[in-house]
Design a binder for this molecule. Structure first.
Ligand code: SF4
Length: 154
């Protein structure tokens, strides 16, 4: 990987520190883990203009210029949608960061809110959220909507 520009690195460090605080999580106790993720995010900012998650496998576009179907789109297409731009949907819904950028004080990803068949649960088991009053903005919105629908239906 080409070394990202210093302004992008600085921006991503600042973002990571702020978002960890806001979401009630911690940066990983092993600094090299955080450093690797921050560099990956900064590299995507330089190349695609957005901090796309660096820990996924993204396909290339098809020869005819279309995007192959699947969970992940080519990076240039991911840059245009929300799902894997940090903080990704999984972080905002479930407070789960598979890159280990936003974790508990001990360096574990929070898995409490994940669906039980999610690979994060399979890998790490149940890791409870030590700060349930923070983070999960999207998850809370969805829960509130579900609550409204249920009370309307009931
Ligand atoms: S929050 Fe999501 S996008 Fe950001 S580093 Fe973690 S897994 Fe990747």
């Amino acid at each position: 990987m080409e070394q990202p520009s210093q302004p992008s690195i600085d921006k991503m460090w600042k973002y990571a520190e702020k978002y960890a605080e806001k979401s009630g999580t911690h940066l990983h106790p092993q600094r090299e883990i955080t450093e690797a993720v921050v560099l990956g995010l900064a590299s995507h900012v330089d190349r695609f203009g957005r901090p796309i998650c660096p820990c996924n496998f993204y396909p290339e576009r098809n020869a005819d210029g279309t995007a192959p179907e699947g969970l992940y789109l080519p990076r240039e297409d991911e840059a245009k949608r929300r799902a894997w731009i940090c903080a990704c949907d999984e972080m905002q819904k479930f407070k789960y960061c598979h890159c280990l950028l936003f974790v508990t004080e001990e360096g574990l990803p929070i898995t409490e809110y994940l669906p039980e068949d999610h690979e994060g649960r399979e890998i790490y088991g149940l890791i409870e959220d030590p700060t349930p009053d923070k983070g999960r903005a999207l998850g809370r919105i969805e829960e509130a909507r579900r609550g409204e629908t249920e009370s309307t239906a009931g």
